[in-house]
Ligand binder design. Structure first.
Ligand code: OFO
Length: 175
């Protein structure tokens, strides 16, 4: 059993983008640690773990379809940002890019009549709605504080972001 080569190529590229997402959020996490925003650092580290999970979900799917996974180079992420506002603007922009990649994959699966791949991708379609909404929600709070940041509000938001916990995926066969 072999995979459609066009789909296989794009899924391999997508694994790289998900790993890049993980790398970028981990880089954000370390930057937040360096400026003393431990709650923000926690939030980004959970995000980095979720992105690894996204990459592994594609990986397992490819293997289950007889595809050949070929890992690609992951580019170096930025290591600092001008402010938390700047970092969340970059996150939202990146998630919009990832959404456009998922849409492209769905369109390709439909074009190639690859129904299982189209079906698998619907999880990512829903996930991207959540990914963009999460980044946007925090971005809006940061915008309300003003670009200079109101330190007591920032402290409160940091406390809130400290509560995010990584939940490993359920061991459902589809996940
Ligand atoms: Fe994988 O969702 Fe963000 O990038």
């Amino acid at each position: 059993m072999a995979m459609n080569p066009k789909i296989e190529k794009e899924l391999n590229e997508q694994i790289m983008w998900e790993l890049y997402s993980s790398y970028m959020y981990l880089s954000m996490s370390s930057w937040y640690e360096s400026i003393g925003l431990k709650g923000f650092a926690n939030w980004e580290s959970v995000q980095a773990q979720e992105e690894l999970e996204h990459a592994m979900k594609f990986y397992s799917y490819m293997i289950s379809r007889g595809g050949r996974v070929k890992l690609q180079a992951i580019k170096e992420p930025p290591t600092e940002w001008a402010s938390p506002l700047d970092a969340f603007e970059a996150s939202l922009e990146h998630e919009k890019f990832v959404t456009s990649r998922i849409n492209l994959l769905v369109e390709l699966a439909i074009e190639e009549r690859d129904h299982p791949t189209n079906n698998m991708l619907q999880w990512y379609v829903d996930e991207q709605v959540e990914e963009e909404a999460n980044a946007e929600e925090i971005l809006n709070q940061l915008r309300l504080m003003g670009s200079q940041g109101n330190s007591s509000l920032l402290y409160m938001l940091d406390k809130e972001l400290a509560t995010r916990v990584y939940t490993p995926p359920a061991t459902d066969k589809k996940n």
